[in-house]
Design a binder for this molecule. Structure first.
Ligand SMILES: Cc1ncc(C[n+]2csc(CCOP(=O)(O)OP(=O)(O)O)c2C)c(N)n1
Length: 334
């Protein structure tokens, strides 16, 4: 499994390191505030928290260009924030408000922002993987240097569309990156109970797609893996596969009683908290101090509070908006 090299120098500048840490802290605080609002009945529908997996989104998005296409599953808040979506519009979307990133019509599982080449947020497990093949095919067909990234969990690798997509992606040799977050569970089912092989990289090899297994709780390892994959895909080497090993600290979604795992197991995995680990690395390499961390924590607290305030004071969409942006305008093929 790949981790960032542990040599004398950490492969990051102080400025970049603090920015990665800020983003991870922001995602965590944002989600804690969303969790609170959900329990207060202010957010409806489903809410899948990303707490514990922040290093994957932050590292992976840092390894991409701004115009690369990103398609994710429903556990999408972290990716949206790491891709630069304003926390205010993200929080307002959770509240179903008109100021949300999808005008309140998408909700937690369907964040999207075409300006950021962030195409969502899909609730059907595995259903979005073919979309990334199409986006990658478009880049190749138009001879543009973009890559398309499909992000999903280990559970989605048991779905037919995963296999069909990997096959087509390789046959067409499209610039696609498949990023699997192996957080050990698909809802309440442990990987070994649903998947014939425990390591997701094994599945990529069946399609002759180069695969890297990475410590998903190591933000620098994630950035490096994504940079390498994007470089290879961009220079015509076809699809690339990354398995990020991680663990989700919260239930599958809100209201999950988590009877499928023990509290001891969760506590043990929390010792690998990606934020704490990165802070320790930064201190060890004299790139940051506890004062820097306190400053960042205050800063993300403020940003998350402002996002909640914005969401709470924003209006709901007007009923006249019910059908707008829901269907694509009729296309003329003439
Ligand atoms: C086609 C389909 N089947 C079942 C579901 C119900 N479902 C929602 S999330 C989920 C588990 C997916 O687990 P995984 O892909 O590992 O992602 P994670 O939630 O762990 O991030 C299931 C079975 C669904 N949304 N779509």
């Amino acid at each position: 499994m790949q981790t960032a090299p542990r040599d004398a120098q950490l492969p990051v500048t102080r400025e970049q390191g603090l920015e990665f840490l800020r983003q991870m802290l922001l995602i965590r605080r944002f989600e804690e505030r969303a969790e609170q609002a959900y329990t207060e009945g202010k957010i409806g529908g489903f809410l899948h928290l990303y707490i514990g997996e922040e290093a994957i989104a932050v590292g992976a998005m840092a390894g991409l260009n701004a115009d690369d296409d990103v398609v994710t599953h429903y556990r999408d808040h972290g990716y949206a924030l790491a891709r630069g979506i304003d926390p205010k519009n993200a929080m307002a979307e959770l509240y179903g408000k008109a100021t949300g990133i999808c005008k309140g019509k998408g909700g937690s599982m369907h964040f999207a922002d075409p300006k950021k080449h962030f195409w969502g947020g899909y609730a059907i497990v595995g259903g979005h993987i073919p979309l990334a093949v199409g986006l990658a095919f478009a880049a190749q067909y138009q001879n543009q240097p973009r890559v398309a990234v499909a992000i999903f969990g280990d559970g989605a690798t048991n779905i037919g569309m995963f296999h069909e997509s990997l096959n087509m992606a390789k046959v067409w040799n499209v610039p696609m990156i498949i990023l699997v977050e192996n957080n050990q569970y698909g809802m309440g089912t442990a990987v070994h109970r649903a998947s014939a092989v425990p390591d997701m990289v094994t599945k990529a090899l069946g399609y002759n797609i180069p695969a890297a297994q990475v410590d998903g709780n190591d933000v620098l390892a994630m950035r490096d893996a994504m940079m390498v994959a994007a470089l290879k895909a961009r220079r015509g080497e076809g699809p690339q596969f990354i398995e990020a090993k991680t663990y989700r600290f919260r239930g599958h979604s809100m209201g999950d009683p988590q009877r499928y795992r023990t509290k001891e197991e969760v506590e043990k995995m929390k010792a690998r908290d990606p934020i704490v680990r990165f802070e320790l690395q930064l201190v060890e390499h004299e790139l940051a101090t506890q004062d820097d961390f306190a400053f960042l924590r205050n800063d993300v607290d403020r940003v998350a509070s402002e996002a909640v305030e914005f969401a709470e004071t924003s209006p709901f969409p007007d009923p006249s908006e019910l059908y707008s942006d829901v269907f694509a305008p009729e296309a003329s093929n003439g």
